[in-house]
Design a protein around this ligand. Structure first.
Ligand code: SF4
Length: 75
């Protein structure tokens, strides 16, 4: 199981993650990324569906500031 959330303190609003994994990430009013999957609201408590895990890992690897956190357990 994978759970994810964005560290908004280090996110630079580059827009990469939402392009790579639009079902998982969107942006707030300041352009900072947040997890929107199943209403997660960037809490990191919703288990990401199996068919989205490749997108998730691509987004994590593509984040220039390592702001996308991924854990096996809810945050
Ligand atoms: Fe923020 Fe990283 Fe997403 Fe860019 S890829 S918007 S830095 S979380």
């Amino acid at each position: 199981a994978k759970y994810t959330c964005v560290d908004k303190d280090t996110c630079i609003a580059c827009g990469a993650c939402g392009a790579t994994a639009p079902d998982i990430f969107d942006y707030d009013d300041e352009g900072l990324a947040e997890v929107i999957f199943k209403g997660d609201n960037n809490r990191g408590i919703k288990e990401i569906d199996e068919d989205l895990l490749e997108d998730l890992l691509d987004a994590q690897e593509g984040c220039p500031t390592d702001s996308i956190k991924v854990e096996e357990k809810p945050f």
